[in-house]
Design a protein. Structure first.
Length: 221
């Protein structure tokens, strides 16, 4: 599996380079142990019973709350994400498990202009399987190219998402290498000041009609 990090498929230029490679696993603790013993990866940050998808839609319908256990580590500058679905909630994770797809599940990309990247993807053969977040505040979508079997987690890169992503990297890379697992909660990553600042920007943009919607949301309104 470690070879997957050197064989990343060519991604659309508008998306930029992959910043994360994610895999579905059946048991988060067994997977962490495997990656460490087989490939020397670690330490890992592990969060349990998390519900990371907010205001989410799955294939056009309001999504049920999806709970997962997640482990993060780094291989060089690439973030590794291991995802264990809790229960059998319908969604993109369940689809992968039903297909017994335990190779790369998705690649995460970070984009400054989410509507532009999102709408480009829809125009070039991608389906928006999962949509989550709020336009103008922070958006994330799992975009799938069914012809290529490629799933991109497109993340809006702004003052709300940046501290989350960079916070995980800082914690992993500063952790004691003699301890394999560090437990944490997703809510502890993003500083409250970053949340307040992004909410303030969002309120001002919305007040002056400057929120740029994605085409799909605009058409559904």
């Amino acid at each position: 599996m470690i070879s997957d990090f050197s064989n990343i498929p060519g991604l659309p230029e508008i998306m930029g380079p992959a910043k994360q490679i994610a895999y579905m696993v059946n048991d988060i603790d067994a997977a962490v142990k495997h990656w460490h013993e087989e490939y020397g990866v670690g330490p890992f940050l592990v969060t349990r019973n998390a519900a990371p998808l907010n205001n989410a839609y799955y294939r056009g319908e309001k999504a049920r709350t999806t709970r997962v256990n997640i482990a993060f580590a780094y291989v060089g500058d690439m973030q590794l994400e291991l995802i264990e679905l809790i229960g059998d909630t319908p969604g993109l994770y369940k689809e992968a498990l039903d297909r017994q797809n335990y190779g790369v599940h998705h690649y995460a990309v970070l984009v400054d202009d989410f509507p532009e990247a999102y709408n480009w993807a829809l125009d070039h053969g991608f389906d928006a399987v999962i949509d989550s977040g709020v336009d103008g505040l922070a958006r994330m979508s799992y975009m799938e190219d069914p012809d290529k079997g490629l799933i991109l987690e497109v993340i809006e890169w702004n003052g709300l998402t940046r501290p989350y992503f960079e916070g995980i990297e800082k914690l992993v890379k500063s952790a004691d290498k003699n301890q394999l697992v560090y437990e944490f909660k997703l809510d502890d990553i993003t500083p409250k000041v970053a949340v307040f600042a992004q909410l303030t920007k969002f309120a001002i943009k919305k007040l002056f009609g400057q929120v740029k919607p994605t085409r799909r949301i605009a058409e559904a309104a």
